[in-house]
Design a protein around this ligand. Structure first.
Ligand code: NAD
Ligand code: IPM
Ligand code: MN
Length: 346
């Protein structure tokens, strides 16, 4: 059939709350979807010790896409769910593009003050399978004053080239056609040099795209002082993680930041999730903004070829945000989801 076969991993904390609203909106979009829920996360880990069992991973490969809420819980040691569940999914499903739009919607308050929506409209193409996230590490003389901890960063010619190529194509498809490499070539001279040489080489295939370079520290500053500088950014896994939280903050908050972990070769399903985490500080209080997840659903629809439905979902979020500006009562997670779903259903 032409149904979307969707695997859903609500995960932990507010992940469960926001995914409920994301699915509500997906349902309202009128696209035929068949969903299967997976109980991966802290609860399953405590019950069985499992994070992402191999048979589950194998099963997940069979879906058209995955929708994920968030993982991580204060009761689980840091890294267990993040690495053995979330990163394992990104690595095993070869999500080498972590696509993170940073876009200010009309009517949304930004801490930057005097900026117009068009001033913040960029896409961060964050590498998703390498960098410090994939590097080996180790510790010597642990717990002593002589302790030495190392954590390598992996950058392969193949891995860098494929994400850079994707970023050039993305830039070529946009109005401004500008690509900025964000790195730290003045200190990370081995990996930085590989990234810069790769950008220079691939640039020859995209003469219509203007390229430039920005160190990650300066880029962090320009996100706040001059976000107009950026159109498409391509960057390393860790730098991309950090600057997209800054991006979320300048574009109205982490509750609005969407992402897609994309496998552009379609050898495995892509996975869509909000940029934010499980937010234990507000979990269970109905305070989480589900908009980031709903915008991630729009990215999912677009990825699967439902461009019209995707645009309708994004517009519904945009309309809801304009109206929210004038509202003086904070709305609950479910109310925001209901409002957006009603707009989508028209
Ligand atoms: P976080 O994104 O969960 O929360 C940071 C702050 O933003 C908190 O104050 C939180 O209340 C707020 N916030 C987050 N999402 C929100 C939303 N939708 N609406 C309103 N406010 C929101 O980051 P953290 O506190 O650093 O991490 C908490 C846990 O989540 C950790 O275990 C971390 O490893 C995990 N995490 C997971 C993901 C993921 O699954 N992709 C991403 C980031 C963090
Ligand atoms: C994100 C998160 C993850 C990351 C963590 C939870 C592994 O911060 O999706 O941005 O660092 O990629
Ligand atoms: Mn992050």
């Amino acid at each position: 059939s032409s149904n979307i076969r969707l695997a859903v991993i609500p995960g932990d904390g507010i992940g469960i709350e926001v995914v409920t609203e994301g699915l509500k909106v997906l349902d309202a979009a009128g696209v035929k979807v068949e969903t299967t829920q997976y109980d991966l996360g802290a609860k399953r880990y405590h019950a069985t010790g499992e994070t992402l069992p191999d048979p589950v991973l194998a099963e997940l490969r069979g879906y058209d896409a995955i929708l994920l809420g968030a993982v991580g819980d204060p009761s689980v040691p840091p890294g267990v769910l993040e690495r053995d569940l979330l990163l394992k999914l990104r690595f095993q499903l070869d999500h080498y593009v972590n696509l993170r739009p940073v876009k200010l919607f009309p009517g949304v308050e930004t801490p930057l003050g005097k900026v117009l929506p068009g001033d913040i409209d960029m896409v961060v193409v964050r590498e998703g399978t390498e960098g410090p996230y994939a590097g080996a590490g180790g510790v010597l003389r642990k717990g002593t004053p002589q302790e030495i901890a190392t954590q390598d960063s992996v950058n392969t010619a193949h891995g860098v080239e494929r994400v850079v190529r994707y970023a050039f194509a993305k830039a070529a498809s946009r109005e401004r056609k500008q690509l900025t490499l964000v790195h730290k070539t003045n200190v990370l001279t081995f990996s930085g040099d590989l990234w810069q040489r790769t950008v220079n080489r691939v640039a020859e295939e995209f003469p219509q795209v203007a390229t430039d370079y920005c160190h990650v520290d300066a880029a962090s500053m320009f996100f706040v002082s001059q976000p107009q500088r950026f159109d498409v950014i391509v960057t390393d896994n860790l730098f991309g993680d950090i600057i997209t939280d800054i991006g979320a903050a300048i574009a109205g908050g982490i509750g609005l930041a969407a992402s897609g972990n994309i496998n552009p070769d379609r050898t495995a399903p892509s996975m869509f999730e909000p940029v934010h985490g499980s937010a234990p500080d507000i979990a269970g209080q109905h305070k989480a903004d589900p908009s980031a997840t709903i915008l991630s659903v729009a990215m999912l629809l677009d990825h699967l070829g439902f461009a019209e439905a995707a645009a309708r979902v994004e517009q519904a979020v945009a309309d809801d945000l304009v109206e929210r500006q004038g509202a003086w009562v904070a709305r609950k997670t479910r109310e925001i989801g209901d409002d957006i779903a009603a707009r989508v259903a028209g």
